[in-house]
Design a protein around this ligand. Structure first.
Ligand SMILES: NC(=O)c1ccc[n+]([C@@H]2O[C@H](COP(=O)([O-])OP(=O)(O)OC[C@H]3O[C@@H](n4cnc5c(N)ncnc54)[C@H](O)[C@@H]3O)[C@@H](O)[C@H]2O)c1
Length: 339
């Protein structure tokens, strides 16, 4: 069997070691850098490249790999790859469709527990030697109504956890699957009813044109006073301005956010400083609102890492390897997204 030239980008060192032990008998190359930040000398004849979301696989990047047969992305989303151009060139694009249903749901509950028992605030105080209860009164999760928006893989796992906590669970989905109700012990309701009845709302829908700003002023106005909102899906599902206003007025009691609208602007804030005068005012507004959110006492923000556990990443690496070896061993490409 002739060996394939496989080039892995965007790896962390432990991931690199893990892969090295598994990719045998192939001409494999490993980089911690993205495809744009790597010197391609000696690897541009690759048959397969493996990337994460940091590598933008554009037409220009594809031009640099004339022998390419596959782009294997270590993510579910593939909007960083020009899949139509890949298809035109006969290059298969494969993704990792599922890897962290429990991982992301666990994070949502991590945010909820932190908010309900004010753990982060209590921790911050105890490390400074303050042992008192002032301002630390929490609330029980048991008996509260959880409204789950999106009853897909992560939404369902969240319901499983919620049942364990003794919560009452209701849910909304644009494409409800009635049989899930018995399996996960919940009731489908309309979106308005979910807003009206939920003590805690957790969001698990994809970012689509239909879900952009699903939580806006109108939605907030229909919610219970003091509602807690959790977002581990995608930032733009919540209109940041509506969230900030809701929190400031006390209508929203707290928020746990693993994702923010325009979150890449936060990551790159130093480079953005150089172009600040050219940014659209809408983007600047969201950036200022994000800063305000992160400073609020009843808001907990994490840097889009709900998926980031050793187990989930190992599942990603294993599926990525399966995708690669499906090609190497000439099997059907189960996870091809540009057929
Ligand atoms: N924070 C993270 O690290 C992280 C990691 C993985 C996934 N995610 C996000 O979580 C989302 C959910 O993941 P999943 O694996 O459960 O997806 P999934 O595809 O299994 O479920 C999505 C659900 O949303 C429903 N839906 C689609 N459009 C809708 C609409 N307009 N209104 C209401 N419901 C709608 C679908 O019917 C489906 O039941 C992903 O799309 C992704 O954005 C975040």
């Amino acid at each position: 069997m002739s060996s394939f030239k496989i080039v892995f980008f965007d790896l962390e060192n432990w991931q690199l070691d893990y892969l090295k032990g598994k990719v045998l008998n192939q001409d494999a190359h490993y980089f911690t850098t993205s495809v744009m930040d790597t010197d391609l000398n000696g690897i541009s004849d690759a048959d397969i490249i493996s990337t994460f979301i940091y590598s933008k696989v554009t037409k220009e990047v594809l031009d640099k790999f004339p022998n390419l047969k596959m782009v294997a992305t270590m993510s579910t989303g593939f909007d960083h790859i020009d899949i139509a151009e890949c298809k035109r060139r006969g290059i298969a694009v494969c993704n990792v469709p599922a890897y962290g249903d429990n991982t992301v749901a666990e994070h949502a509950f991590g945010l909820l527990l932190n908010l309900s028992k004010k753990i982060y605030k209590a921790y911050d105080r105890t490390v400074r030697g303050q042992f008192n209860y002032d301002g630390l009164l929490g609330f029980d999760i048991k008996g509260k109504t959880l409204g789950v928006i999106g009853t897909g893989r992560i939404g369902c796992y969240s319901m499983k956890i919620a049942n364990g906590f003794g919560m009452n669970v209701i849910a909304y989905d644009a494409f409800p699957r009635e049989s899930l109700q018995a399996e996960y012990n919940f009731k489908y309701v309309s979106l308005d009813d979910l807003f009206a009845q939920s003590d805690i709302i957790t969001i698990h829908v994809p970012l689509l044109k239909e879900t952009i700003h699903l939580i806006n002023d109108d939605a907030v106005s229909k919610m219970k006073k003091g509602v807690i909102i959790l977002n581990t899906a995608r930032g733009p599902v919540i209109e940041t301005n509506a969230l900030v206003k809701g929190l400031q007025s006390g209508k929203i009691g707290g928020a746990g956010l693993d994702v923010l609208e325009d979150e890449t602007a936060i990551k790159d804030e130093w480079s953005l400083l150089h172009e600040i005068t050219t940014l659209p005012s809408e983007q600047l507004k969201v950036m200022v609102e994000n800063e305000a959110l992160m400073k609020m006492e009843n808001v907990l923000v994490t840097p889009h890492l709900a998926f980031y556990t050793r187990e989930a990443i190992t599942r990603i690496l294993d599926t990525n390897l399966k995708n690669i070896f499906d090609l190497v061993e000439n099997r059907g490409l189960e996870n091809q997204v540009n057929k």
